[in-house]
Design a protein around this ligand. Sequence first.
Ligand SMILES: [Fe+2]
Ligand SMILES: [Fe+2]
Length: 151
Amino acid sequence: MDEFFNWDDDLLIGVADLDEQHEACARLLERLFRVLFEAENSGDSLPSTSIAELSRLFEDLHALISEHFLEEETLMREVDFPGRDNHIREHNMLRAELLHYKGTLLHQDGGLDIKMLMRLKKWFVSHIVHKDRDFADFLKTREQLASLRKG
Ligand SMILES: [Fe+2]
Ligand SMILES: [Fe+2]
């Protein structure tokens, strides 16, 4: 089976902490995909063990993304990043979506499927390469300016 989320260094934004968190989220999405793919190919309905594992992995993903968003947003406020409102709006859209999926997971079948994981991955990649990279570039320019002033 091909990898669903093949982490690629093209996704690095150059801020070590944030890069590590992005990679950890990608790894969890990959694990979720594998469990879901195997479960969907093993019969008509998801066995309860798969549902339990999916719920656990999804909880982990939700916690990881929530922490990551908070860290990015705190950093944005600290450095007074001008694009933060727009960036946080995108985070909030995903927060709402994750809560929705979390709700459907509780009702077992149908909530979590491969299509939903594809959407999550697409959102994630697009957010990293556009929004997170913009923020990282701002941080780097700011650091360069600060070191020029010092030097
Ligand atoms: Fe991010
Ligand atoms: Fe972000």
